[in-house]
Design a protein around this ligand. Sequence first.
Ligand code: AMP
Length: 397
Amino acid sequence: MKILVINCGSSSLKFQLIDSESEKCLAKGLCERIGIAGSMITYAPAGGEKEKTETPMPDHTEAIRLVLEALTGPETGVVKSLDEIGAVGHRVVHGGEKFAESVLIDEDVLRAVEECNDLAPLHNPANLIGINACRKLMPGTPMVAVFDTAFHQTMPEEAYMYGLPYEYYRKYKIRRYGFHGTSHSYVSRRAAEILGKNYEDLKIIVCHLGNGASVSAVKNGRCVDTSMGLTPLEGLIMGTRSGDIDPAIIEFIAHRENKSIDEIMAVLNKKSGVLGLSDNLSSDFRDLEAGYNGGDANAVRAMRTFSYRVAKYIGAYTAAMNGVDVICFTAGVGENGPLVRSFVCEYLGYLGVALDPEANRMRGTETVITTPESRTVVMSIPTNEELAIARETLRLV
Ligand code: AMP
């Protein structure tokens, strides 16, 4: 079956068409600036030329119409008609406590996802717009919602509760949810497969280090803790997000800089992280690596502080699981960043981690980066959230 995977943001939409038998991507692309002047669709059929076309996209329905047109077009198309697309898998950011698994989309599911909008006001409404646009253009095609939060729903209460008045949980469901669940699930399973071990027998820590970054602890095939919280702001230092800070800093900055809560939240989400730490050098680790290699103090500070935070979470999750067998690095920096991986591993002597510097040079491949003598295995595994969504979609249809 051919499965269309859609990841819809407020003004952008990523898509991939995946053949579920071969698990190969047949075509992929991106619509940008939806509803804004200068809308653009990028489309790349497998093995073909990438095409970028500027064309008006007043709304998401038009964006999806253009995607379907590209997929079925006489020259660039990879399917003859829409009938060949058997199902659509949608990434949905927040499933709250309602969704511990992916689900087939119907009216009740749409209502329940809408009820989670308060928990992810930037993401869920955009995901719903994408689903509704697809349903309009492909009536009769089954659709599945795959939630970023679902994999983490197995966390025990002591991992997901905050030390706040319990009534906030009762009234508003304020608790840790975690994100990047599709990636944490895919990478932890893949680690077990590559090592030829039983997933249910392992204690795995996954470090998803991209522009957004999170760590999770997966014990016997179930997530028992993760670093992102009610929102994706908690946990690791990220590209532009602060991660964990003393909450009293918010009040301190509000008084000193005369800023509103909204203004401070914008600073914590968009101007902090390695971008802020590097004194605005860059949020991109390619620039930071270059800066580090040139001895730039701002780049050194950002990379060292980022890596130290990752190492602290690995320590915490080793304690949470009473040990760890495998540590996985994934996403942009985890897959392609030998420097960050080596800085993190410098802290892991107590786990008997012996890094293989030659293997650690690899970028973007499935590689064990420790020596055969290493007591804990450390791996770099490229994540594939689209494939994971396609698998879930196939499973449900
Ligand atoms: P993601 O959010 O997973 O797409 O990751 C994006 C981040 O990965 C970028 O901001 C870069 O910092 C980092 N990245 C991507 N490619 C490389 C590379 N070749 N070397 C170092 N960092 C990279």
